[in-house]
Design a protein. Structure first.
Length: 282
């Protein structure tokens, strides 16, 4: 399990970091945060977004702009089939301490302020700007920087967006809290296929069970049971791409009752396991 705090360094010879993922597991950082702003573009497909207090699904790809220290799940976890993600990460002062204070940057400065709540772009903005984000990976450094500034300007003047959180959210955990959350996530990752004893997990966090339940909900905006089920369903979706029976997938992903597995799977994905598998074959 990677650390909850994600340390980010700019690319060599660049003032920001640009990443092109083509495998979901290559970007596996679960519930995490970092002090950089972040653009995430997914050209196609459906998935789930969990950004701050906001939980919803996206379809036909995704284009979001997130502010610093805004906790979020990665966008590739649990995705099956074709996957592509382009990520741009940068500090507010990536072009100098006072760069955003220049008169020409007023619209972009307001954009950066809105990003503290998380922004999801739709319609033509998602399609047109998304293509420009994807094209960044093919450009030389100087042209890439100019293109990025143009992307920010287009996002800044667009009205085709949704604010994902009602208020700014900033998570800045100390080292002790990072270690505690990582122990919990690591335990679930290792033991999800077995019955998870919440008393044992609470002990890992040096808490009583009631205190642990309150703590986990506060830190992740979901109950521990929901988190375990979310993790198990992600594993089940991966297993359903193979030739195991649905019964085997149920038990191997940690559920001990087929009826309950079907119910939870449909709640999380909108489909039964059988429907999900048939859709993959189309």
């Amino acid at each position: 399990m990677k650390p909850q705090f994600e340390k980010i360094e700019p690319g060599f010879g660049s003032s920001f970091r640009l990443i092109h993922h083509t495998e979901p597991d290559s970007c596996w950082v679960y519930w995490h945060y970092h002090p950089e702003y972040e653009i995430v573009y997914i050209p196609r497909g459906n998935g789930k977004r969990h950004i701050g207090h906001h939980v919803s699904t996206y379809s036909d790809g995704e284009l979001v702009f997130l502010g610093p220290n805004l906790p979020h799940l990665n966008f590739g976890h649990g995705v099956v089939g074709d996957f592509e993600e382009i990520v741009v990460q940068l500090r507010e002062d990536f072009l100098g301490k006072d760069f955003l204070q220049r008169p020409e940057m007023e619209a972009i400065r307001r954009l950066f302020d809105r990003a503290h709540q998380g922004m999801s772009f739709n319609g033509e903005t998602k399609r047109q700007v998304g293509r420009q984000v994807a094209a960044l990976v093919t450009l030389p450094p100087f042209e890439r920087l100019l293109a990025l500034l143009n992307i920010f300007q287009q996002l800044a003047v667009s009205s085709d967006y949704e604010i994902l959180n009602a208020e700014s959210i900033s998570l800045d955990l100390n080292g002790r809290e990072q270690e505690r959350i990582n122990r919990i996530y690591g335990f679930v990752e290792t033991n999800y296929a077995q019955p998870v004893d919440i008393q044992q997990v609470a002990s890992l966090a040096s808490m009583t069970v009631p205190a642990f339940c309150r703590y986990f909900k506060k830190m992740t905006q979901m109950t521990f049971t929901d988190f375990v089920n979310e993790f198990r369903i992600a594993q089940a979706r991966k297993l359903l791409t193979g030739d195991r029976s649905i019964g085997d997938v149920c038990y191997e992903s940690g559920f001990n009752n087929l009826s309950h597995f079907n119910k939870v799977f449909k709640q999380r994905t909108g489909q039964t396991p059988g429907m999900y598998r048939r859709a993959l074959a189309v």
